[in-house]
Each structure stands twice: as structure tokens, then as C-alpha cells.
Design a protein around this ligand. Structure first.
Ligand SMILES: C[S@@+](CC[C@H](N)C(=O)[O-])C[C@H]1O[C@@H](n2cnc3c(N)ncnc32)[C@H](O)[C@@H]1O
Length: 415
């Protein structure tokens, strides 16, 4: 049994756990809020940090909120529901700031802010898992059970009330379990009502699949109300984009529209007689809105299915599409110094080593870097600054309220 201690929760870590100090060591404890006086037990003890489980709250922080979802604590998503929304946003801003200070050794520019989202019913794209009884479960997936949290703090999960068959679910918290779900307070209303009606069915050959809903668009890799439609059109800021439920698309369209507006404004400050590039372009969402301002746009994306859709989304523009990794593109002769502006939106791993070296050496005068990981953004930022860029602006966008995910935009300018 690990040591039991009482300590004050200071802030939230990038993974969403509360951070406390015990005997000079940083201790991470899930389900705690800054300002809680928490009683915990050490469950993992490393040289420079430890992990503890929450036993009880000696004093509850005024920054707490009552979790809205009965599956809070069981489902793997939305682990910040116990914080009021204003605190969630403030803590994410601190995490971003901290990553820049500690990983990149960088002080933030004066232009730093964090844009909130509607905190509920925002999520347009979701991955669902199947727990159909007559289908083989994927490895390590079993029907969900509650994970032994404090009964007084977490409401009994709906999971136990569901019939244990023909159900869809989300991944459980750290367990590999699938938690049956028939309502989800962060889901877009289109997904939420289809879930509640039991109208979403999985595709035959998949044990997890994606659904998308925004305004009148409703897509799924399986079926919704008997309709099989994976590919379709979504309207953002009055423009129609082609997309597919099975291909990456942003998960919060409201925040995406805000981000696109900001990118368009930044593009307007660059030399629009030169070409631009959209790196890690997905289905060309950013290119569709920004490319028209430039004489040519180059798009780089490793997923050939996304490239097919990107081609449709930039129709009418002078575009060159590179179906290859950012790394290969940077190593080839295409990454030259002729661009006036670039947008890069890599996955969590951030820019590949070859690409960030190339950008530091011969990147465009203005680079807009959209990131879903403060740690890799801060790392890449260090290399870009060493290459002569200055960090002009950093803005967080709360694409994922109630969760610990952090999305941000950093704008780098040369000279
Ligand atoms: C965060 S998404 C951004 C997509 C797009 N900008 C958007 O907003 O929809 C990252 C994209 O990078 C692609 N990707 C992942 N690794 C890549 C790599 N090494 N080289 C090029 N593209 C990559 C993924 O397929 C995905 O479409």
C-alpha cells in the first residue's frame, strides 16, 4: 500500500490530472481541481514524480462544477467535467504557457489568448466502438464496468442500466473497456439524438467507426436511421467542402470557423504575389479558404483518400497536391524558399525533424502553425526561433471542452 497524504492541488497537468506537491515531489492525481485539499494514496512512485489516487476531499475547491454526464469517471472522454468551464479554459492557457516556458524556454508574446467554445453539444466528429454481443470484440475490449472510483463523488454509471447487447460505446478510462453510451452531452445535437434513438449502426467489418454531424450534414462509416452515407458535403462559413466520415476532419466546427477566420486574416498580411503551402492539409479545409488569395497553393498530405477530397475542395485554384509525408516533401526539392506563406497542421508528433529543419533554414516569411499538442509545438518553436523566426502570436482554441486536449495557433514571422 502506498503512502497516504494530504496536499493542496496547485494546477492541472497537460494530461488533465491535478498536480500536488508531496515531500518535494510532483504528484499527479486525477479528478482533482486547483484549490482542492485532497487526501490521496501514492500508487506509482518514480524518482522525480509520483501518481496518486484520490481517496477523499478534505476541502473542495470553489472552482469545481458538478459533472453533467452520468458516465464521468467511467468513460475515457471528458475528464475535466469536475472543473467549471472558465477554470478549464484558464488552466489550458496555463498549460500552453508552461510548455513554452519549460520545453521551449520561450516567453510568450503579448498577443496570447485562449478562445472558449460552447462547453456542451459542440462535438461534430466522434469515434464510436461496437459492443454487439454476436460480434467478436477487438483485443482488450470488453463491455464496460465501473473503475472503482469514489461512489460519493461519481454518479453510478448508466452503463449498468443498459441492456448488455447491441450497444455502441466509448473507450473507458485507461482500461481498454468499452463503455456503453446512449447519450453524450458533448455530442452535436444530430449525433446525440441519433444515439439516443439507437439509430446508429456500425459498418459490418469494423469494431470502431466514425460519425459526423453539423447542421444538416449527418455522415457515418456505418448507417444512421438506415441510411449509409460516409461521404458528403459540409458548409463552413458559407462554403461547401467535401468530406468523408472515415477521413480526418476537425471535431468542433464552430471553433474551426473561428480558426479559419483568423488564418484568413493572417494570410491577408502576407505577400500574396507569392505561392502558399498547406502542410498536413487533410481534405484541404484551410487551403479551400486561403488558397484563393495566392497565385498557387501546394498541399502536402500522406493520406491518399484525403488528397482526393482536397483536390475537389480546391477546385478552381491553381493547386499542386503532394500525396507524401511532410518529411519526404521537405527532403525533396519542392520545399524551396519561394513561398510567401505556409500553414502547417501536423498530428500530435509535431513537425518531422527534416521539415522543421527545412522550415528553420528556408521557411516562408510567415508560418501559421496549428497544433494539437503544446509539448511538440513548444519543441518545434524552439527550432524555428533559432532559425530566425519570431513568435508573433499564440492563441489557444478550446476545440475540446470538458477534456484535457489543447489546440492552438502559433504565428511565426521572419525579420
Ligand atoms: C491534425 S490533421 C489536420 C488536417 C487539416 N489541416 C484539417 O484541418 O482538416 C493532420 C493531417 O496530417 C496527416 N498526416 C499525418 N502524418 C503525416 C505526415 N507524416 N505527413 C503528411 N501528412 C500527415 C493526417 O492524415 C491528417 O490529415
Amino acid at each position: 500500500m502506498g503512502e497516504i497524504f494530504t496536499s493542496l492541488v496547485e494546477h492541472i497537468s497537460s494530461g488533465g490530472a491535478g498536480v500536488l506537491n508531496f515531500q518535494g515531489k510532483r504528484v499527479f492525481m486525477d479528478f482533482t481541481a486547483p484549490g482542492d485539499l485532497a487526501v490521496g494514496r501514492i500508487i506509482e512512485d518514480k524518482r522525480s514524480w509520483a501518481r496518486a489516487e484520490l481517496l477523499e476531499l478534505s476541502e473542495a475547491s470553489p472552482l469545481r462544477a458538478s459533472p453533467a454526464c452520468p458516465l464521468y469517471g467511467t468513460c475515457g472522454g471528458c475528464s475535466l467535467q469536475h472543473l467549471n468551464y472558465k477554470t478549464q479554459v484558464a488552466e489550458k492557457a496555463l498549460i500552453l504557457q508552461d510548455a513554452f516556458k519549460h520545453i521551449g524556454g520561450i516567453t510568450l508574446p503579448p498577443a496570447f489568448d485562449f478562445i472558449p467554445s460552447p462547453p456542451w453539444n459542440y462535438r461534430n466528429r466522434m469515434q464510436l466502438h461496437c459492443i454487439l454481443q454476436n460480434r467478436p470484440q477487438a483485443k482488450n475490449h470488453r463491455a464496460g464496468t465501473h473503475s472503482g472510483l469514489l461512489a460519493t463523488q461519481f454518479p453510478a454509471p448508466l452503463a449498468t442500466q443498459f441492456p448488455a447487447q447491441n450497444r455502441l460505446g466509448f473507450m473507458g478510462r485507461k482500461s481498454g473497456d468499452i463503455i456503453p453510451v446512449d447519450r453524450c452531452p458533448v455530442a452535436d445535437p444530430g449525433i446525440a439524438s441519433a444515439l439516443q434513438e439507437g439509430a446508429i449502426l456500425p459498418p459490418p467489418a469494423k469494431d470502431r467507426f466514425t460519425v459526423f454531424s453539423f447542421e444538416t450534414t449527418l455522415l457515418s462509416e456505418g448507417t444512421i436511421r438506415g441510411k449509409a452515407q460516409s461521404r458528403g458535403t459540409v458548409t463552413l462559413l458559407g462554403k461547401e467542402l467535401r468530406m468523408d466520415a472515415g477521413v480526418f476532419f476537425q471535431s468542433n466546427c464552430g471553433m474551426l470557423e473561428r480558426l479559419i477566420g483568423d488564418l484568413a486574416q493572417i494570410a491577408g498580411t502576407t505577400d500574396r504575389t507569392l505561392p502558399m503551402a498547406d502542410l498536413y492539409c487533410g481534405v484541404g479545409t484551410f487551403a479551400a479558404f486561403l488558397g484563393e488569395q495566392f497565385p498557387r497553393i501546394d498541399l502536402v498530405e500522406e493520406n491518399p483518400e484525403a488528397i482526393v477530397l482536397a483536390r475537389e475542395n480546391i477546385r478552381g485554384q491553381d493547386g499542386r497536391l503532394f500525396a507524401q509525408t511532410g518529411d519526404l516533401w521537405a527532403k525533396g526539392c519542392t520545399m524551396d524558399s519561394s513561398y510567401g506563406f505556409m500553414v502547417a497542421d501536423p498530428p500530435r508528433q509535431g513537425l518531422s525533424p527534416a521539415l522543421r529543419r527545412a522550415l528553420a533554414e528556408k521557411g516562408p516569411p510567415v508560418l501559421a502553425y496549428v497544433s494539437c499538442d503544446p509539448g511538440t509545438l513548444a519543441r518545434d518553436c524552439g527550432e524555428l526561433l533559432a532559425g530566425g523566426y519570431r513568435l508573433e502570436m499564440l492563441r489557444g482554441y478550446d476545440f475540446y471542452p470538458q477534456t484535457a486536449h489543447i489546440e492552438s495557433l502559433a504565428v511565426f514571422r521572419k525579420g
